[in-house]
Each structure stands twice: as structure tokens, then as C-alpha cells.
Design a protein around this ligand. Structure first.
Ligand code: PGA
Length: 246
């Protein structure tokens, strides 16, 4: 795992986006797996601007690593986020758009369907955010490091984050999500973890200065050489040791 320390959210978004841009420009058939939420919003903005200035994504495949269980068009779904922050804002569409179906009645069948897609489209890059409790995707604390795509139950802190992010009441907030496990996350050629803000500082300290343990799920990334964690000053504010910055 490598770290890049940056000043603030905007710089984090820029650094993260540069990696995406490089993949789009250098791979013939780029495959990008995104995350949603507050962390990648800035990166999406830069991506949309570039596409509308002519960046060619017509050979790209874009997918996501998870989806809330709930109605397709609910304000909080990954699908809604992807359309509002990317697909509705660009004229040239990617070659393939894949989304996990959070309305699936038979989740085992949906997992099998999505795993088929993952096998067919090896990912060049997986973008991630960090939960305040250290989760990645919906791999909450306690999830074994050999997890594969599964139906996850959210921790209370994750439910609270979803409520805040989408301005919704608890009774309307999803409690479950279909998510890639650590196994599929780490299959990507590159993994980018975007971390900004004071509310992430405890999780960042556990990630960089704690033990490798499923209590802090993101520590599953520690031994992965292809992971780049981009951390801003506020998120890094509790660190006590010196850490290299790329
Ligand atoms: P955020 O969420 O990007 O909205 O901060 C990250 C996460 O909880 O995975």
C-alpha cells in the first residue's frame, strides 16, 4: 500500500482523477469500477468535465462495487448517484455500464450474475472511499479478509453516514447492501482509496498506525502493492508517525 498526502479535498480529487485519466488514455478497453458517496464527488466532476471536452470513453467499461438494497430510483442508490453524477451529464456514453441490482429478490442469483461480469471484465482500477469505521465497500468491521461478493448488513455508523450524505430519515435509510468482498476488490490492477475530512481521521490512524485486523477492514489493503491511499490534511490530522508520500 502506498500513500499520497495532499492538502485538501480538491487536491485529493485531482490526484485520484489523474489515475483514472491515465487508465482511460493508456488502456485500449479500460475497465473502471467506481464507488459513490461524498469522497468521489469531486473526482466525478473532473471526469465529466474532461469527457465533455473530448476525453474518449467510448471503449470504456464503467461499473460499481456495491448497491444498497432498495428501490432503483431511491435518492441513496448507487444507480441514482451514477446517473446524477456521471451518465446523465455526458453525451458520449461508455461502451458498457454495469450496476449491481439492489432490487433483486434472489440475491444469490444477482451475486452470480455480477460475478460473471467481474470475470469477463477484469478491472484496471477500483476506486474506494473509507468508512468512518474503516469499512471499504460494505465490508464492515469483522468481515473476514477472504470475503467474496455478499449481502452485507450496515453498521450503525454507516447508516448514520448514509442519512447525512443523502439528507434522509432513518426509517428511509437502507440497512443492507450487495458488495464486492475484499477478494474481488483486490483483484483490480490498481486500487485507489480516497480519504478526506476530520471525520475520517480516526479510521486513517487505525489504517496507517494500527494492526492489520478485520476490526479495521481497510487494513486488508496493507499488503497490496497496487493500492494507493490519497489522504488530505484533515484526515491525516491524528497521525503520529512519519509516512512516506509518493
Ligand atoms: P463517503 O463514504 O465517501 O460518503 O465519506 C465513504 C464510505 O462510507 O464508504
Amino acid at each position: 500500500m502506498k500513500t499520497i498526502f495532499v492538502k485538501d479535498y480538491d487536491e485529493m480529487s485531482k490526484k485520484g482523477y489523474e489515475i483514472i485519466q491515465d487508465v482511460i488514455k493508456t488502456k485500449e478497453q479500460p475497465v473502471i469500477s467506481m464507488t459513490t458517496g461524498g469522497s468521489p464527488r469531486g473526482l466525478f466532476k473532473l471526469f465529466v468535465e474532461d469527457i465533455n471536452k473530448g476525453l474518449d470513453i467510448s471503449n470504456a467499461t464503467i461499473m460499481n462495487l456495491d448497491e444498497y438494497m432498495g428501490p432503483k430510483d431511491a435518492v441513496y442508490t448507487v444507480r441514482t448517484f451514477m446517473y446524477e453524477n456521471l451518465y446523465n451529464l455526458i453525451d458520449v456514453k461508455p461502451k458498457n455500464i454495469f450496476l449491481v441490482d439492489g432490487t433483486a429478490q434472489d440475491t444469490d442469483k444477482e451475486i452470480a450474475r455480477y460475478k460473471g461480469i467481474l470475470d469477463k471484465y477484469p478491472r484496471d482500477v477500483q476506486v474506494l472511499g473509507l468508512g468512518t469505521n474503516g469499512h471499504i465497500g460494505a465490508n464492515e468491521p469483522g468481515t473476514p479478509f477472504d470475503s467474496t461478493m455478499f449481502l452485507a448488513k450496515h453498521d450503525e455508523s454507516t447508516i448514520q453516514s448514509t442519512m447525512r450524505e443523502y439528507g434522509i430519515e432513518r426509517k428511509n435509510t437502507p440497512t443492507e447492501m450487495l458488495t464486492l468482498g475484499f477478494t474481488e476488490i483486490l483483484e483490480a490492477e490498481k486500487v485507489i482509496l480516497l480519504v478526506s475530512g476530520k471525520h475520517k481521521a480516526v479510521a486513517v490512524k487505525a489504517l496507517l498506525e494500527g494492526e492489520i485486523t478485520s476490526d479495521c477492514p481497510a487494513t486488508a489493503l496493507w499488503n497490496n502493492e497496487n493500492t494507493i491511499v490519497i489522504i488530505d490534511e484533515e484526515a491525516a490530522s491524528l497521525l503520529e508517525k512519519d509516512h512516506k508520500s509518493l
